[in-house]
Design a protein around this ligand. Structure first.
Ligand code: XMP
Length: 510
């Protein structure tokens, strides 16, 4: 890539990824690198600026994570929390264990004698602190630019050497105007250009895909989800019909989603889309099966079988596209690791599918993927689609998965989600769906008793799916939705709303 790059050196801080995202939000390309690889990567690539992250250790401990300041010579540096303390220590200042750990909001007081461009422009004096050590004396050449009542050196700087440090966390939203600090560093001091945009990403990736693929073909499985849709749209832009897009229609998507995939890729993008209608196969294989893990396994195996059955058409592909995102790259530990993502729901891939991998989204965070999708002209419903499990409605229908039970689930789900959307209540929801329970309940309709199935509605807020809370939907809205579902969805006579958080529950039903 030809961008100016900011390396964020990770010392194990909980907010390191967030620093990378903030920098990118300013239109500056940024990557996270582990401290153990910092020296070699900085020497090899000479980034335009370096940010040293926070971290859980003490710089005073033997063997604490560190960095070779010599390799940073001439590169603008911003140290945050542990990063600031490390700069202090390595550049000749002093660090001590604070008498009390400081955690939470503090009021930042700028030093009136040192008008710092990073601090002076802050429109809000609240900052977020989370540290045990603190800087006792700034290194030679540095001035103290701000303090708090409990932290005498909350910010220091040596502007002529382009070196800055802050004890607080400008990257978190708890520091309401932290962006002024980051912006001042990136633009006023490191003199960066904002050249990282979705257009520039698309242009570069199109070039790079064309170079890598040459005259070859790329197999791209499309699931209807955001990542695979954006990846397919990008490949189509780069290599047209040599992007062989495959959509396995297993019948377990939400209402209208399969049609939308077909319409978008066939009508709008004129893609080389192969739709494998495997509904019979999936419903056949799932008939009579109620045990959750077996259902998952059957769904995974049948995906593989569909690809096996069409092997002759697909074997001509030289590459397999995979929707790896930047957080996966970071988690896999190495920026060059290209492992096939193994989902617990996919039972491996056929041998012939272990072709060369290409991962055109591996530099992007999810919100950047969405932005690229918009630029490429994908419909908003696709770009904003919620996370959806690989086994689809299979994990939202308790008990046997039949066409009839899928219909009830799809129709109830459609009513629930359209009602939320119409009322503007869908914003901020991580996932929302209707699932089907595996019991029958009694009801009365007209003069007759009914003995039918209940649906459960689930809507959760979450940051990362690791924890989640039920969304507080107004009672009247739930009541209106329940009434519509029992009146309009044949076979459903009762509606529950799931109030459980995760943990102890999970987001999906099984
Ligand atoms: P749970 O239900 O474990 O879900 O709280 C956490 C997140 O993972 C998704 N999920 C799955 N995704 N295959 C997938 O690809 C699965 O079998 C599966 N189960 C859960 C779920 O939708 C949520 O976003």
């Amino acid at each position: 890539m030809t961008h100016q790059t900011v390396y964020v050196v990770d010392f194990g801080g909980q907010y390191t990824q967030l620093i990378v995202r903030r920098v990118r939000e300013f239109g500056v390309y940024s990557e996270m690198i582990p401290w153990t690889e910092a020296a070699s990567r900085i020497q090899a690539h000479r980034p335009s600026a370096v940010i040293l992250s926070g971290g859980p250790r003490s710089v005073l401990e033997a063997g604490a994570p560190t960095i070779d300041m010599d390799v940073l010579k001439g590169i603008p540096i911003l140290g945050i929390c542990y990063g600031q303390q490390l700069m202090a220590l390595l550049l000749g200042g002093r660090v001590e264990k604070a008498s009390l750990k400081e955690y939470g909001h503090r009021t930042l007081v700028p030093n009136p004698e040192v008008p710092s461009s990073l601090i002076a422009g802050m429109a809000n004096d609240q900052v977020w602190m989370s540290h045990g050590d603190q800087v006792l004396s700034a290194p030679p050449g540095f001035v103290v630019s701000a303090s708090t009542d409990s932290c005498p050196i909350a910010a220091f700087e040596n502007p002529s050497a382009n070196q800055f440090g802050v004890q607080f966390h400008p990257e978190v939203t708890h520091t309401p105007d932290g962006k002024t600090v980051l912006k001042g560093f990136l633009f006023d001091h490191a003199k960066l250009k904002a050249d990282w945009t979705s257009e520039s990403f698309i242009d570069e990736q199109v070039d790079s895909i064309r170079q890598t693929v040459g005259a070859g073909k790329v197999l791209c499985a499309v699931s209807g989800g955001v990542d695979s849709s954006v990846m397919a749209a990008l490949l189509i832009k780069a290599i047209g019909e040599r992007a062989v897009c495959v959509f396995v229609d297993h019948g377990l998507l939400r209402l209208h989603e399969a049609d939308q995939v077909k319409e978008t890729f066939l009508d709008h993008f004129h893609a080389n889309l192969k739709v494998f209608d495997a509904q019979e196969q999936f419903f056949g294989a799932l008939a009579g099966v109620t045990e959750p893990e077996r259902k998952r396994k059957i769904i995974g195996e049948n995906f593989v079988k569909v690809f096996e059955d069409h092997a002759s058409e697909l074997k001509e592909c030289d590459f397999l596209a995979q929707g790896t995102l930047y957080p996966d790259v970071i988690e896999s530990g190495s920026p060059t690791a290209a492992k096939i993502k193994t989902h617990h729901n996919v039972g491996g891939l056929p041998d012939w599918m272990t072709m060369k991998l290409i991962e055109p989204l591996r530099w992007l965070f999810k919100d950047e993927v969405r932005e690229v999708g918009r630029r490429l002209g994908l419909p908003e419903e696709m770009v904003e689609r919620e996370p959806f499990p690989g086994p689809g409605l299979g994990v939202r229908i308790l008990g046997e998965v039949t066409r009839e039970r899928v219909r009830m689930t799809q129709e109830s789900d459609w009513i629930f989600r359209s009602e939320l959307k119409e009322r503007g209540l869908n914003k901020g929801i991580w996932q929302s769906y209707a699932g089907l329970l595996d019991v029958k309940t009694v009801g009365v309709m007209g003069d007759e008793r009914t003995y039918e199935q209940p649906v459960v509605l689930r809507a959760v807020q979450s940051e990362d799916a690791m924890t989640a809370r039920a969304v507080n939907i107004p009672f009247e809205v739930l009541e209106a939705i329940a009434s519509r579902i029992v009146n309009e969805v044949h076979g459903v006579n009762r509606v529950f709303y799931d109030l459980t958080s995760k943990p102890p529950a999970t987001i999906e039903l099984e």
